[in-house]
Design a protein around this ligand. Structure first.
Ligand SMILES: Cc1cc2nc3c(=O)[nH]c(=O)nc-3n(C[C@H](O)[C@H](O)[C@H](O)COP(=O)(O)OP(=O)(O)OC[C@H]3O[C@@H](n4cnc5c(N)ncnc54)[C@H](O)[C@@H]3O)c2cc1C
Length: 460
């Protein structure tokens, strides 16, 4: 618990009602989607960059850790107060400040919920593509800090591709701006890109300038069942090889399908051992042509059944199957570790074979689903932590999954970030020289190591 004079100073900065020290309040800000728990000493709800700046000046003076937090939906523990200190939530900074329809640019505060922003721009015929599956609750600040991806990123790119500029409070309390509302800008270092994906360790984002696109006229969704994961993976390569980049190319392997069937009663032929959900968007007449062309290309690759949505409701029903994956896996096995490796697209089948071999070696179920179109595979290691020895097996299996991905030219994380979950594995992917370069940067910007300490690098 922080000493009373610090709590009093925080209350003076943000107002008494916006400082929480009750155990019940602290618990609400003590966990994220990793299901690990660390209690903060205090939670503050600032409303402006100026307030955040004053909090960071105080934290530097008193050497108190500060942890920025959006919705706490992160999968790598980035928002967890592992060393206690002050959790700063962006809940009160939730305004869409401007949607400039002439220049297709929006300016928002960091606490805006992703889906609410998407709906607001769609109302005026505009489009913000990044669509993490958590979009109903994740915040844009959290999306920028993690450089979130999602199904549509295969065609449209990830969060950083849409961020033109930021307002940021630096770890030492300065308020700076990076980039701006222009489509081009090369004056100085590209700090916007540096801060995208910096996991709340280099600054607290207080304003975001976002590039928008015109909303596509229509979309068409198809669900294709294959007799093998190899067929589904070859379908992805064949579609892209035919120079068609669908909006989404999501896959589930046979084990994932089994879990969804068991949990939801989904009816599919027994021969189905893999699923692709393919969506295309654009002009209405063009969509039918593109969907038929895709069906023609993939037919020889072991297609068991193709379901094409004829209405938005049918499209929604197909996507409901994809959204049922996470809850279904949890129903079947209570504890799962959701890793998000990314390999070159063409290596997806080889990676799945490696994962199957690892699952067999350790005798634990591992199921795979994810964004096949960009090689981003959600590898879910499913165990029951209460069973002796299962946790150790999971740790060995996860290390081998990461090593396998790196051997194929991939990465340990396509979108969830490092946080604390992947910090122990950093030396597998990043050389000591590169790590030293990154740590020098962090040390220069945050000499007292008060901003989200212990994240990304274990010794930070
Ligand atoms: C069911 C489910 C599905 C998911 N699907 C996807 C998916 O498809 N794609 C994907 O990429 N992720 C996915 N995620 C992970 C998660 O939702 C994303 O990482 C999201 O971007 C986190 O946003 P948040 O607001 O919850 O941030 P938090 O979890 O609160 O924070 C995440 C990180 O951002 C930092 N941070 C938050 N706000 C700021 C700020 N204003 N300034 C600086 N740093 C800040 C925090 O310190 C932390 O390090 C999923 C999670 C769940 C639970």
């Amino acid at each position: 618990m922080l000493v009373p004079h610090i709590i009093k100073e925080l209350q003076e900065i943000v107002g008494t009602a916006n400082v929480a020290t009750d155990k019940a309040d602290l618990i609400c800000y003590s966990y994220d989607a990793t299901q690990q728990q660390f209690l903060p000493e205090v939670v503050v709800h600032p409303a402006t960059a100026q307030e955040i700046s004053r909090i960071l000046l105080l934290a530097n003076r008193e050497l108190i850790p500060d942890i920025p937090r959006g919705a706490g939906s992160g999968f790598s523990g980035g928002s967890l107060p592992t060393k206690g200190g002050i959790v700063l939530t962006t809940e009160r900074m939730d305004r869409i400040l401007a949607i400039d329809q002439e220049n297709l640019v929006a300016t928002v505060e960091p606490g805006v919920v992703t889906e609410q922003f998407q709906q607001a721009v769609e109302k005026v015929g505009l489009f913000y593509p990044p669509d993490p599956a958590s979009l109903k609750f994740s915040t844009l600040g959290g999306n920028v800090a993690e450089c979130a991806g999602g199904p549509r990123c295969v065609k449209y790119g990830v969060t950083k591709d849409y961020i033109l500029g930021l307002e940021v409070v630096t770890p030492t309390g300065d308020i700076i701006t990076t980039g701006g509302p222009t489509m081009k800008g090369v004056v100085g270092y590209d700090l916007t890109k540096l801060l995208c994906g910096s996991e709340g360790t280099l600054g607290i984002i207080t304003k975001i300038v976002i590039k928008l696109l015109p909303l596509p006229e229509a979309k068409k969704t198809m669900l294709v069942l294959f007799d093998s994961i190899d067929g589904a993976a070859r379908a992805v390569s064949s579609i892209v090889g035919a120079k068609i980049i669908p909006t989404t190319l999501e896959f589930m392997d046979g084990r994932t399908l089994d879990c969804v069937k068991q949990a939801t009663g989904l009816q599919v032929p027994d021969a189905a051992r893999a699923v692709l959900i393919i969506e295309v968007d654009g002009d209405r007449e063009f969509l039918d042509k593109q969907a038929s062309r895709i069906a023609e290309i993939i037919q020889p690759l072991g297609v068991v059944e193709t379901r094409i949505a004829a209405t938005p409701a049918e499209s929604e029903a197909l996507w409901a199957i994809r959204r049922a994956v996470s809850p279904s896996l949890r129903k079947v096995n209570p504890d799962k570790f959701n890793e998000d490796i990314c390999v070159p697209r063409s290596k997806v089948p080889e990676m799945i074979r490696k994962v199957d071999a690892i699952a067999e070696k350790y005798g634990i179920p591992i199921v795979n689903f994810g964004h096949a179109g960009d090689g981003n595979i959600h590898v879910n290691v499913m165990i029951d932590k209460k069973v002796p020895g299962e946790m150790e097996k999971a740790e060995h299996a996860i290390r081998e999954v990461f090593t396998g991905a790196l051997e194929l030219g991939g990465t340990m994380s396509g979108e969830h970030g490092v946080g604390i979950a992947k910090a122990p594995y950093i030396p597998l992917e990043i050389t000591p020289q590169t790590a030293a370069y990154m740590k020098t940067l962090k040390k220069a910007l945050d000499p007292n190591n008060i901003l989200n300490p212990g994240k990304i690098f274990l010794d930070s």
